[in-house]
Write a protein that binds this ligand. Structure first.
Ligand SMILES: [Zn+2]
Length: 359
């Protein structure tokens, strides 16, 4: 064997060895699973699944964070968890009430009926009952059947939403969307979001022999109930949608409170973030960017109210969007132009005093 061949062979042996010792990444049907620390795994949703979750293997059961949009996707992740450990899932934590983080709860209740407890903040439990569960009914009875009818209409008429004839590619795309909506409708027929049975105010800590898992509420932000999960020894933060890999989503948010909440999270000592959406992040750069943006968003909108004025939403949108796009489009990408408008609208509503707590 010549020297170069020997070197290649040695390289292969080392690579294989590394792969066997620490498989850092593998894929299931719906997720890329990434080991971010000892016993800590990110489940990054593939395109179409979009939202992320995580699971933590302890000496005494598995802790799952967020359960995705469909029970079938949660079941896919349960299969992956079972490949990693023979421990049962003991706890499921919902970071917030949004459907893409809670609709898979029932899959865990069904798979681990004797073991599993569901944990959230008080506010998230209330909002699952008040908002998430009624929205399942709305999707089942109206939204999804309407979407199916609309998509079927495009295929039947051979024309898209813009009235133009469908190309072969476009037809195939619509067909895929239609199949996806039909299978979702089947899941909705059997969907009952399992409501958290353990809730807390500020913090709940799971003290395991080999791990400390802190579940922390710092205040309102993306919703009024978001928690983060923090592992101090592993320096991992599981951030839910308080910190994501793109423009913050604000439909149910409290923009004025979000930055102070995120600032406290920034005080934690972490090296890796598993966000609610987007890839695993290293360090605090994404958090610093989001913090700058949230502060700028609030101060730019608030400035329009200076001197006791109440400006129109349209005027605020124009002025604030121009300033914010100039500053943040390069970081948040081409969708920012549209996403920022929803954020300005929500911030305007809070500046005017229109965001009322439900209780
Ligand atoms: Zn969310």
């Amino acid at each position: 064997m010549v020297k170069s061949e020997r070197r290649i062979l040695l390289g292969l042996v080392i690579m294989l060895g590394l792969l066997m010792i620490c498989p850092p990444l593998w894929a299931s049907q719906f997720f890329n699973v990434e080991k971010v620390a000892d016993g800590v795994y990110a489940a990054i949703g593939k395109p179409g699944v979009a939202s992320n979750g995580a699971f933590i293997v302890t000496d005494d059961g598995v802790v799952v964070v967020d359960t995705h949009f469909r029970p079938s996707w949660a079941r896919d992740l349960i299969t992956e968890i079972k490949k990693t450990t023979d421990q049962p899932v003991r706890y499921v934590i919902n970071t917030h009430w949004h459907n893409d983080h809670t609709q898979g709860n029932q899959a865990y209740a069904e798979a681990f009926p004797k073991y599993v407890e569901f944990i959230s903040s008080h506010n998230t439990r209330d909002d699952i009952i008040r908002l998430a569960i009624p929205s399942v009914k709305q999707s089942l009875e109206q939204d999804v059947p309407n979407a199916i009818q609309r998509l079927q209409g495009f295929l039947d008429s051979g024309k898209g939403p813009d009235g133009a004839a469908l190309s072969g590619d476009r037809r195939a795309q619509i067909q895929t969307q239609l199949e996806s909506q039909k299978s979702y409708l089947e899941e909705l027929k059997h969907m009952t979001i399992t409501v958290p049975n353990m809730t807390f105010d500020r913090s709940l800590i799971l003290h395991k022999k080999d791990k400390e898992i802190r579940i922390l509420y710092f205040g309102k932000g993306h919703t009024r109930g978001d928690v983060v999960v923090y592992l101090p020894k592993e320096k991992v933060l599981i951030s839910g949608d308080l910190l994501i890999g793109g423009t913050p989503f604000m439909r149910d948010a409290y923009p004025f409170e979000w930055a102070p909440t995120l600032e406290q999270i920034g005080g934690l000592d972490f090296a890796k973030v598993i966000p609610g959406h987007g890839p695993v992040e290293d360090g605090k750069n994404q958090l610093q960017l989001e913090l700058r943006y949230l502060k700028d968003l609030v101060s730019t909108v608030q400035a329009q109210f200076d001197g006791g004025k109440t400006p129109s939403l349209d005027d605020v949108k124009k002025t604030a969007a121009a300033q914010l796009v100039a500053k943040y489009e390069k970081d948040y990408g081409p969708n920012f132009k549209t996403a920022v408008l929803g954020n300005i609208e929500r911030t305007y509503a809070e500046a005017k005093g229109d965001l009322k707590d439900p209780h």
